[in-house]
Design a protein around this ligand. Structure first.
Ligand SMILES: O=C(O)CCC(=O)C(=O)O
Ligand SMILES: [Fe+2]
Length: 184
């Protein structure tokens, strides 16, 4: 559906062939009263991050919200599923690069207040190590040169855990951005 909306559905097969999948079950525990830190109840959840992979499909299982998304200007909005069977689709850096910036890889975090345990299941689509991430020709032209240099996904993953990668505000721009990496 996403490729169709970009007018490049014919690339689906080749993209699928270079993609693997990872299914993860997560539990963000209710925090007991004993787990107080300096008088404040500790929060469960996870830190703000951008996913590095292609897409993540997030399904929260027991009606406990917690996912928050950065609007891009420092404001965090809670992601509320429209119904108990809705799920969230989050683009990661690999898809931002492949779509030449048409898809945004948003900063997101988990903010679970610790009252109730939150369960979620996430299907990550992840490019294979050797897969070269490069926007298809239809998405770039002379008037719109591509924003990122082509890169092998495994190389990007390894950069992310270097000191430079961990310090970078935007790992993708720091690794392969063509413009001076203002946001890096
Ligand atoms: O469980 C969730 O709500 C999403 C988790 C997440 O962002 C991640 O694992 O990358
Ligand atoms: Fe994530």
């Amino acid at each position: 559906m996403v490729l169709e909306s970009l007018g490049v559905a014919e690339h689906h097969e080749e993209l699928s062939a270079s993609t693997g999948y990872l299914l993860r079950f997560s539990k963000y525990g209710a925090v007991g009263d004993c787990e107080e830190e300096e008088g404040e109840r500790k929060k469960a959840g996870y830190m703000a991050h951008r996913d590095v992979n292609t897409l993540a499909i997030v399904c929260q299982l027991n009606g406990v919200d917690g996912l928050e998304v950065d609007t891009g200007d420092g404001e965090w909005i809670p992601a509320k599923p429209g119904s108990p069977t809705s799920y969230f689709v989050i683009a990661g850096d690999a898809f931002r690069a492949w779509s030449d910036g048409r898809a945004t890889a948003p900063l997101h975090r988990g903010n679970v207040d610790g009252e109730d345990t939150r369960y979620s299941v996430i299907l990550f689509s992840v490019p294979k190590d050797e897969a070269v991430i490069q926007a298809p020709a239809e998405l770039v032209d002379d008037r719109r040169p591509s924003l990122f240099r082509p890169f092998a996904f495994g190389g990007f993953l390894r950069f992310c855990v270097t000191e430079a990668g961990m310090k970078a505000k935007c790992k993708l721009s720091a690794y392969c951005g063509r413009a001076p990496a203002a946001e890096a």
